[in-house]
Design a binder for this molecule. Structure first.
Ligand code: DGY
Length: 323
């Protein structure tokens, strides 16, 4: 009998066609009524799931009888209840590596935009406010040769560090669970405690995974430690930062500006951040380029097919129990 796959978010059309050629495919569609009801109904006889951007836990997976794999089209997997998946022996796979450089590009885009007030000045110019030579209110911060502090030196954090070092002659500091000697030697990067990194950096980029240790890691105290001219960038997960403390730090000028791609609640539709000029807000687009999203979709497809055809997927997140 043909295997059944539930697609739980928009995915690349070519990949969807490849799936449809191989399996019975059901697409969860928010326009067709309650998403959780659709999922509960479709999961009863589903063998696999593929998608991204949806919280999946005991509550919405409960009806699954023979689910083998959830193939996430993302590198982050904080949306999934791993202990429940382990208990039910459902594999979870993800798509690392292919999005590293693109996400690091976006970190630098945010860093530079926030340092030089790019979106704000763009609006200011278009609104016809450029009546004479710009004044101090339009000034930004130098980037070249400054100190870049990276919290979380995984693949993406390291790619941000390389951009800072090779592209902008920056002095690189990092904070990580483990020191990464081989990785950082060519960049002359120095390990710092979180406190020292926050105090010494001109630019702070957060690139950690969200887990119990990193939740609200950047709180009001962290913003108090940063320099008044500091630029703060978050490309990891919104819940790593206390958003209210960040908003207050920006309102009170405790830091110069921030560049954000991620938020505590997504999609973000209303926020006090939206009325601030010193924050650049993007809608979680770290990996969102046509080429990278295609690579992610391909990898997720491959992980799914491997699992459904009795092979162990290459990029498993949870235990490799025989499935
Ligand atoms: C990821 O893959 O986890 C990125 O945040 C894009 O969603």
């Amino acid at each position: 009998m043909q295997k059944k796959v539930v697609v739980f978010s928009q995915i690349d059309t070519e990949i969807l066609e490849k799936l449809q050629a191989r399996y019975q495919v059901v697409i969860i569609n928010p326009k067709m009524g309650d998403v959780n009801e659709q999922m509960q109904r479709e999961l009863v006889d589903a063998d696999g799931m593929i998608g991204a951007g949806r919280v999946l836990n005991e509550k919405n997976l409960a009806t699954a009888q023979k689910l083998k794999i959830i193939s996430s089209v993302s590198v982050g997997y904080d949306n999934y209840d791993l202990s429940y998946l382990n208990q039910k022996k459902i594999w979870l796979s993800h798509t690392p590596h292919v999005l590293t450089e693109t996400t690091a590009d976006l970190a630098f885009t945010l860093l530079m935009s926030a340092a030089r007030q790019v979106p704000n000045l763009d609006q200011w110019t278009k609104q016809g406010q450029w009546k004479r030579t710009v004044g101090t209110a339009q000034f930004g911060q130098d980037i070249f040769g400054k100190t870049l502090g990276i919290i979380g030196l995984g693949h993406i954090g390291a790619a941000v560090a390389r951009r800072g070092f090779y592209g902008f002659n920056m002095n690189i500091l990092y904070h990580n669970r483990r020191e990464k000697i081989e990785l950082v030697q060519p960049l002359n990067a120095q390990y710092r405690s979180l406190k020292d990194l926050l105090q010494q950096s001109d630019f702070v980029v957060v690139a950690v995974d969200l887990n119990a240790d990193s939740k609200a890691l950047i709180d009001a105290n962290a913003f108090d430690l940063m320099q008044k001219h500091a630029v703060f960038v978050n490309i990891s997960r919104g819940s790593v930062v206390d958003e209210q403390a960040l908003t207050e730090a920006l309102q009170q000028g405790k830091i110069f500006s921030a560049g954000l791609d991620v938020y505590q609640k997504e999609p973000l539709q209303v926020s006090p951040l939206f009325s601030l000029e010193n924050v650049v807000t993007l809608p979680h687009v770290g990996s969102a380029t046509a080429e990278t999203r295609k690579k992610m979709a391909n990898l997720a497809y491959q992980n799914l097919v491997d699992a459904l055809e009795a092979r162990t997927p290459r990029y498993l997140v949870n235990e490799n129990f025989s499935n």
